[in-house]
Design a protein. Structure first.
Length: 117
């Protein structure tokens, strides 16, 4: 009884309690740490990535790019429309009208009137 109790206690404590407990504790600890680490890391990474990088920085970049594109498009279109198209068209049309209609018609009419009369 005494020897069996000692042997049983030693075997139980040493093999089952300490060794198996260490293995189970290490495995469970590793598993829990891995799961917690993976889950928390994934959640934090997803939250930081989606919220900070995706939303905040994306919004800032979108705002900056939108403002820049808007400004560039406004400036370029304004330059092209205002300077090139409108200026060139008005110059050409007014020049055509003034040069052809007024100058040609007036000079023809006046010269024809003066010469003819």
């Amino acid at each position: 009884w005494f020897v069996g109790c000692l042997v049983g206690w030693l075997v139980g404590w040493l093999v089952v309690g300490w060794f198996a407990g260490l293995l189970v504790g290490w495995f469970v600890g590793w598993l829990v740490c891995w799961l917690v680490g993976w889950l928390v890391g994934w959640l934090v990474g997803w939250l930081v990535g989606w919220l900070l990088v995706g939303w905040l920085i994306g919004w800032l970049v979108y705002w900056l790019v939108g403002w820049l594109v808007d400004w560039l498009v406004d400036w370029l279109v304004g330059l092209l429309v205002g300077w090139f198209i409108v200026d060139w068209l008005i110059d050409w049309l007014v020049g055509l009208l003034v040069g052809w209609f007024i100058a040609d018609w007036l000079i023809d009419w006046l010269v024809g009137l003066l010469v003819g009369w």
